[in-house]
Write a protein that binds this ligand. Structure first.
Ligand SMILES: Cc1ncc(COP(=O)(O)O)c(C=O)c1O
Length: 484
């Protein structure tokens, strides 16, 4: 058979039958239950082409996508790091793919064993032994943790404690999760060093406080140096400390949140533990809690009895927050990641993530303003200098110019405490050559920005879609192909 001649409409490809189901003939034959007025009068004008042209078309389209497998992706906070291909293969193994969550536990022993081991490993890595793999993402983990906190307060008869304190540098999901869980949010200021302002924290502590929700390292890429004192103060005031663990990749293997006083935290397995998530999913946000809080965790914890595994429901369980038991494929990748790296490898990941970020910080601070310019963790925040701003250059112009240079823009306009922020997270997997190329691109852009070069406002000019009106795109989204 000449494959070049295989028509596009495979199901109607027999001679003389092409498109027959779409034409009038359908009206007299089985019309799939559609009313006659909905049926076509004529075959649709579908393009017809050979397989080779088709393959080239889709391959060219796929190459227009920005991907970590082709270009540098230094997306601060959202961490688009390289995820080993072998983990994809392991997760796609037919032995996992063929399972159904409603199978009886004795048919799922391998899967349950993997989940149990992962629970143990995450508990060990965080120093918080109560672990559930149930939540679907980081924000869902936050909600789960806050519901655990509510259950703990309610059992103690302290349901007047309904305020959660959050630093002003926090990710937007933190206050959103508090509100969803029925708490009020009160904001604690950051100090001149970019850390929680201790005096402001103390001023906020009273008997309406349920807890403090802190990201560590925080969203400025800085380790909260007073974290132990913060935890002590909150505990003395009768609250608990929730840690947003989205940045755990900067500290894993080096320090454990449970050891510095954290009561509960989530991990974004899709950020720190090797699942690609650039497009928003799939995700997994296990939470890890102290022994005291473990009895409130949502159901479906895996337990080991002798040599076999089964599901268990904690005694004061808050219930179920989603169907089934998490994104199992993400759990397989996380398990593979932990087992392949081991404790030593995980520590090296964190060290290299921190080293790479500091290397870029020092190279960038020569031309850009780095507001908290001291040793950072896995990411740092920069912004345009006064000269650049006076020349009319905004962070969005820099982001668009980077696209033109083949680099995915870092996160922009976040965290909110830094105006015109550009947040760079190189991750641990990038080579020095790639980091140097980024630093050089930033240097060239800085020179253009100081000169107010109009090319910055026009960028990107070499992409299929050029500069879009971002505000209009949000207010008036055109979500269909070739909308009029
Ligand atoms: C600091 C921080 N907290 C929370 C989240 C929310 O995580 P998720 O997107 O998995 O819901 C993110 C997301 O990247 C984050 O960077």
């Amino acid at each position: 058979m000449n494959l070049d001649l295989v028509p596009l409409l495979f199901e109607d490809s027999r001679p003389g039958r092409r498109c027959v189901r779409h034409a009038n003939a359908d009206k007299t034959q089985a019309s799939h239950g559609l009313p006659a007025r909905e049926l076509r009068e004529a075959p649709p004008a579908l393009p017809e082409m050979g397989e080779l042209d088709l393959i080239r078309h889709f391959t060219r389209l796929s190459q227009k996508n920005f991907a970590i497998s082709t270009q540098f992706y230094p997306l601060g906070s959202c961490t688009m790091k390289y995820n080993p291909v072998v983990h994809e293969k392991i997760a796609a193994d037919a032995a996992w793919m063929g399972l159904h969550p409603m199978q009886p536990a004795d048919e799922l022993q391998g899967a349950l064993g993997l989940m149990h081991q992962l629970q143990e490993d995450l508990g060990e890595a965080t120093g918080l032994p109560g672990v559930t793999l149930h939540p679907a993402a980081g924000a869902h983990g936050e909600l789960t943790g806050l519901m655990v906190l509510r259950a703990w307060l309610d059992e103690k008869g302290e349901n007047h404690r309904r305020t959660i304190l959050i630093p002003d540098s926090a990710h937007g999901t933190n206050p959103a999760s508090c509100t969803l869980a029925g708490f009020h949010v009160s904001t604690v200021k950051s100090n001149d060093l970019g850390l929680t302002d201790m005096e402001d924290l103390k001023a906020h502590l009273n008997d309406s406080v349920a807890g403090f929700m802190v990201t560590n390292p925080n969203t400025l890429g800085l380790f909260e140096e007073n974290i132990q004192e913060i935890c002590d103060l909150v505990h003395q005031a009768g609250g608990k400390v929730y840690m947003d663990g989205a940045n755990f990749n900067a500290i894993m293997g080096i320090t454990r949140p449970g050891d510095f006083g954290i009561d509960m935290m989530h991990l974004n397995l899709h950020k720190s533990f090797s699942t690609p998530h650039g497009g928003g999913g799939p995700g997994s946000g296990p939470i890890c809690v102290t022994q005291e809080l473990a009895k409130y965790l949502p159901e479906a914890i895996v337990v080991k009895n002798g040599e076999s595994y089964s599901w268990s429901r904690p005694s004061h369980c808050i219930g179920r927050l989603r169907a089934w038991n998490g994104n199992f494929g993400v759990l397989v990748r996380a398990y593979a990641y932990v087992k392949r790296l081991g404790a030593v490898g995980m520590k090296r990941v964190a060290e290299n993530a921190v080293l790479n970020a500091n290397y870029l910080r020092v190279r960038c601070n020569k031309h850009w303003r780095v507001p908290f310019d001291r040793t950072c963790m896995h990411e740092f925040v920069a912004r345009p200098t006064k000269v650049m701003k006076d020349a009319g250059v905004h962070t969005m112009d820099i982001a668009k110019r980077l696209i033109e240079k083949g680099i995915h823009p870092p996160t922009v306009y976040f965290p909110l405490v830094v105006s015109e922020a550009i947040m760079v997270e190189p991750t641990e997997t990038e080579s020095k050559e790639t980091l140097d190329a980024f630093a050089e691109a930033m240097t060239e852009i800085a020179k253009e920005a100081c000169a107010g070069d109009p090319c910055l406002h026009a960028a990107p000019t070499n992409t299929p879609v050029g500069r879009v009106d971002e505000a209009r795109a949000v207010k008036d989204p055109q979500l269909c192909f070739r909308c009029s």
